[in-house]
Design a protein around this ligand. Structure first.
Ligand SMILES: [Zn+2]
Length: 309
């Protein structure tokens, strides 16, 4: 009985951050479900969806409309999705130039919260004009402000704090539970930050290559010596891609490649022939195939610990 009670309390705890009502979109045309009567919170990416649901629970309806196969940073919402944003009670943006679409759309300014505003003075600027494409969004460049802010878990905790403050204003009746959930989420993010910081001493000794330029804040916070190619985990590198890698390795003696997702077996073998091992650190900008933001980030940190401890 005791064990059963323990297990069921554990499930309640684990379930605290389960997404309640949001399904990822199913393609280009976004089905916009009817309003539930709860305050509508629209979010720019999956990390913010997770944070808002963790913090507000059932007090609001959190909606993330980008389809699962799109990169939410380069997503172009259709008219229905734009209308949903314009009618929202709260719009949680990632900031750092994340939602390119929002530059061309008028959003109700009083409803918009930029969750990375607290650390905007330390954004990283990338000077690299190379364009490429992944997903259905067409060609893009990573030039400009680096926007994968939450892979620095200290920054992620500041974003969680901003989400908590915005939700408190939106549903003041729930302020106690919001405060408690915000602290719990920040604690989890800070413990990931501690674990990555503890690895720093090892990480500085290892030049690394990343499969895609999305780790600037991870590299800065935790001391990674990182150079990037422009690969996708599901695409086996061709000769051109391999030459890009070889020219990096000529001046940067990396022994590991960090991938955004599980790489194809053939890719792993191809880079192994150059002496590179593979480790996955999934930035999780969109809904993961399994688990949630926190389980994915814990798996990332565990993989890094296993590789570098
Ligand atoms: Zn890209």
């Amino acid at each position: 009985m005791k064990l059963r009670f323990f297990l069921s309390s554990l499930l309640v705890l684990l379930g605290a951050c389960k997404p309640s009502s949001t399904e990822p979109g199913d393609g280009k045309s976004v089905a916009v479900p009817a309003r539930s009567g709860k305050p509508q919170v629209l979010v720019a990416n999956y990390p913010l969806q997770y944070f808002a649901q963790c913090i507000a629970g059932d007090a609001v309806e959190v909606r993330f409309l980008a389809p699962k196969d799109d990169d939410p940073a380069f997503w172009q919402p259709d008219d229905a999705a734009i209308t949903a944003f314009q009618n929202a009670d709260l719009i949680l943006m990632n900031g750092a130039t994340y939602s390119k679409w929002a530059d061309k759309v008028t959003l109700p300014e009083s409803k918009v919260v930029d969750t990375s505003a607290a650390f905007a003075n330390t954004f990283i600027e990338i000077n690299d004009a190379t364009t490429h494409s992944h997903g259905p969004g067409g060609a893009h460049s990573h030039s400009g402000t680096a926007f994968t802010t939450w892979v620095d878990f200290n920054q992620a905790a500041m974003q969680a704090q901003a989400v908590g403050e915005a939700l408190t204003k939106l549903v003041p009746d729930a302020k106690d539970v919001i405060a408690k959930n915000t602290e719990a989420l920040k604690d989890e993010l800070e413990s990931l930050d501690d674990r990555m910081s503890a690895l720093s001493r090892r990480l500085v000794q290892h030049p690394l290559v990343a499969s895609h330029p999305v780790y600037h804040y991870l590299a800065r916070r935790y001391g990674l010596n990182l150079k990037s190619v422009l690969w996708e985990p599901e695409t086996v590198p061709d000769d051109n891609a391999m030459n890009d890698l070889k020219s990096i390795l000529a001046g940067h003696r990396a022994r590991w490649m960090i991938w955004e997702g599980e790489p194809a077996k053939e890719s792993v073998e191809k880079i192994a022939a150059l002496g590179l091992k593979s480790v996955v650190f999934d930035p999780c900008g969109n809904v993961p195939d399994s688990g949630d933001f926190m389980t994915v980030m814990k798996a990332n940190v565990e993989a890094m610990e296993k590789a570098f401890q």
